[in-house]
Design a protein around this ligand. Structure first.
Ligand code: FAD
Length: 395
């Protein structure tokens, strides 16, 4: 009941920020989302949303706005990049939906973002503001006062900093200025038409191609009409700001040792963008009084498990549950941090490990390939039950 009298400012209108606004508003909190950009972000290409994420989209009422644009792949097919040989075919489709009660979706990131906004616009109590960058915040009696770059003062019962990897509010809330460290890896992303997919490749599947120091992933988006492509490779070059145009020739050069179908698909993509990948040591704390970090701002992670945005969705629903259950906001934020820390640390660590496995070379890569071929695909997938079977903890 206490939540009904609360108000929140959410700094950042990305996936985590808008999902948080919906989740809080559904529990009676009135929320203003402040997005620093003049338009809501639509960069990126594809996004994989595991059952743990789709279940939250269903519960928040977002899934119905995305369903006809998402794809529901039947399998995740892992190939040796050089030979093209199939190493394993992991079941998705009905198998994973039956196991975890929600499907595994792939979508254009823009479509996910639009679905979140369409839902937020219909939920009473949510206001979406653009061109509003939160630059500072201070805890006051019973709330937080924040100031945006236009000089406007905003008072609320709590502030959620969902301002992403390059968060400027992180240091103010955690009290530390943990540096982002370049990982020496770079991601290239593009979207191409599904008709460019070589006929040898199964259409409704996520494909992963492994090669020493690089891998490629592609999957259907836009209801299967397009294919999202991601290539991640070692790189000595790091850009700050993380999203920049890329030169198609650079991407073609990276995949030159890959098998023909993958190269053909890469050549069909006209425009590429690149993201230098960064990591950060875990923060000592995510909360300060009535202010809290969420999503990439709290826990940046590498994309090798395709779970960064899904973790932001889990954060959103957990935070709202903690606020709904605790009369005191500061207690609720500490409860949120307690529930999320171990979970997120495990996902961060497994993402890192996946990256090492994907980019193995020499005898290690050979052993990996043999192990993938020998293990039953269902057994490999049940090893991810801890990830995809997540449920909201009791606060
Ligand atoms: C190559 C690659 C592939 C990926 N693939 C997947 C995938 O398949 N599945 C998955 O789940 N995740 C994936 N991710 C991770 C995912 O993109 C991120 O984890 C996710 O976007 C984090 O969401 P967020 O809301 O925390 O931050 P962001 O999406 O970065 O949003 C932050 C928002 O805050 C705004 N902002 C910044 N500062 C301020 C301020 N001071 N005031 C107001 N607004 C501000 C920004 O403009 C931005 O709109 C991938 C990442 C990469 C790099």
């Amino acid at each position: 009941m206490a939540a009904r009298r609360l108000s929140a400012i959410v700094a950042g209108g990305g996936i985590g920020g808008i999902a948080t606004a919906i989740a809080l508003a559904r529990r009676g909190v009135s929320v203003r989302v402040c997005e620093r950009r003049a338009e809501f972000p639509e960069e990126g290409a594809g996004i994989q949303i595991g059952p743990n994420g789709v279940r939250i989209l269903q519960e928040l009422g977002v899934a119905e706005f995305l369903a006809d644009k998402a794809a529901n792949p039947d399998a995740l097919v892992v190939h040796d990049g050089a030979s093209g040989h199939e190493l394993t075919r992991l079941p998705l489709g009905n198998w994973i939906a039956g196991r975890h009660g929600a499907p595994y979706w792939t979508a254009h990131r823009q479509d996910l973002h639009q679905a979140l906004r369409a839902c937020a616009e219909r939920v009473p109590g949510v206001t979406l503001s653009r061109g509003s960058e939160i630059v500072s915040l201070s805890n006051v009696a019973d709330g937080v006062t924040s100031i945006d770059a236009n000089g406007e003062t905003l008072d609320a019962s709590l502030l959620v900093a969902a301002d992403g990897l390059w968060s400027t509010l992180r240091a103010q809330i955690s009290g530390e200025a943990e540096p982002l460290r370049p990982t020496g890896k770079i991601a290239f992303r593009s979207v191409t038409e599904a008709r460019s997919l070589p006929s040898a490749l199964e259409r409704n599947a996520v494909h992963i191609w492994l090669s020493p120091r690089a891998h490629a992933v592609h999957y259907p988006v836009n209801g299967g009409r397009d294919i999202a492509l991601v290539i991640i490779s070692d790189s000595s070059h790091s850009d700050e700001g993380w999203d920049a145009p890329a030169v198609a020739e650079t991407v073609k050069d990276i995949v030159k040792s890959f098998t023909t179908p993958l190269r053909t698909l890469v050549e069909s993509a006209a425009q590429w963008r690149q993201w230098s990948l960064y990591s950060m040591a875990p923060l000592g704390r995510w909360t300060s009084g009535h202010a809290v970090l969420l999503g990439d701002a709290a826990h940046p992670m590498l994309p090798f498990l395709a779970q960064g945005a899904v973790m932001a969705l889990e954060d959103a629903t957990t935070l709202a549950a903690c606020i709904g259950k605790n009369g005191d906001v500061a207690d609720a934020l500490r409860c949120f941090e307690r529930h999320r820390r171990a979970r997120v640390s495990k996902v961060v660590e497994r993402s890192l490990r996946n990256g090492r496995i994907y980019h193995m070379q020499g005898p290690a890569a050979f052993a990996r390939n043999v192990a993938m071929r020998l293990q039953s695909p269902e057994r490999i997938m049940t090893g991810f039950d801890w990830l995809y079977g997540w449920r909201l903890p009791a606060c």
